[in-house]
Design a protein around this ligand. Structure first.
Ligand SMILES: NC(=O)c1ccc[n+]([C@@H]2O[C@H](COP(=O)([O-])OP(=O)(O)OC[C@H]3O[C@@H](n4cnc5c(N)ncnc54)[C@H](OP(=O)(O)O)[C@@H]3O)[C@@H](O)[C@H]2O)c1
Length: 240
């Protein structure tokens, strides 16, 4: 079977790394908000296509699925936004935007992908959560909440789809050196060097290391691995 893989938020960072890693094995479809950027990536890499869409918009997942117009065999829900702010300063707009992108879009994409997966009795769904959804992160309550919700979604649907040969798992990365954490607009009171000091292995996780974990979860060898939370965090979830 020539499998179709959809990786959301694949214009850069972890998502792009996953897309590149699998470009020669599957028909990989990438997504992001900016058409020119995605077009260029498709030209430079062996991707099957792209969909430019803002996944925080109403009905975005439905629109994406319609525009893709293909069955999704492997769904990687990766697009996400990180907000760093004390809870009392979080605006309603920021709350809605994060919930739409980090929680509702993955839920709705799963909803659209599952019927075909059930019919063909094969499917792989990987949600990209965060260690912040496993442990609390001060001043990232919104992010922690949305990422923790993906764990509930993962476990419930893994149970629901257990007899359909569809696995659903969540990968929780620790600190990965991407634009998400290098964003200059984040008003944080600690530096990248100070972050390293809090990581037991004293190193960032590489985007490729997340891709390799996806490779395992997609493989036949992992067909009994479902509903699991896999922390890829250089020891961060263990404490200090
Ligand atoms: N980096 C870390 O330390 C870390 C740690 C734990 C978990 N994670 C999670 O890993 C995932 C990827 O993170 P990353 O570090 O690779 O982030 P990134 O470099 O900021 O990339 C985010 C991706 O999401 C897309 N995106 C952002 N807002 C979007 C929107 N409204 N609609 C559609 N697409 C949107 C971006 O595309 P465009 O900007 O081109 O639209 C981009 O492709 C996220 O879910 C993040 O929460 C990251």
């Amino acid at each position: 079977m020539n499998k179709n893989m959809l990786v959301t938020g694949s214009s850069q960072g972890i998502g792009l790394s996953i897309a590149k890693y699998f470009a020669n094995n599957f028909n990989v479809y990438i997504t992001g908000r900016y058409k020119n950027k995605l077009e260029k990536l498709c030209t430079e890499n062996n991707f099957a296509g792209f969909i430019d869409i803002d996944l925080s918009d109403d009905n975005a997942a439905e629109m994406l699925y319609k525009r893709l117009n293909k069955n999704i065999d492997i769904l990687i829900n990766n697009a996400g936004v990180y907000q760093y702010s004390p809870i009392e300063k979080m605006t309603h707009k920021e709350i809605i935007n994060s919930v739409m992108l980090n929680t509702i879009a993955p839920f709705e994409l799963m909803k659209h992908a599952v019927p075909c997966m059930k019919e063909q009795k094969w499917g792989r769904i990987i949600n990209i959560g965060s260690i912040s959804g496993v442990m609390g992160e001060a001043n990232a309550s919104l992010y922690s909440m949305t990422k923790a919700s993906l764990t509930g979604l993962t476990k419930a649907t893994a149970l629901e789809l257990a007899l359909d040969n569809i696995t659903v798992n969540i990968i929780n990365p620790g600190w990965v050196d991407t634009d998400l954490i290098n964003n200059e607009n984040l008003e944080r009171d600690f530096t990248k060097e100070e972050i390293i000091e809090t990581i037991p292995q004293r190193r960032y996780v590489l985007p490729e290391e997340i891709a390799k974990a996806c490779e395992y979860l997609i493989s036949d060898g992992a067909r009994t691995v479902t509903g699991q939370c896999i922390n890829i965090c250089a020891g961060l979830s263990l404490g200090f």
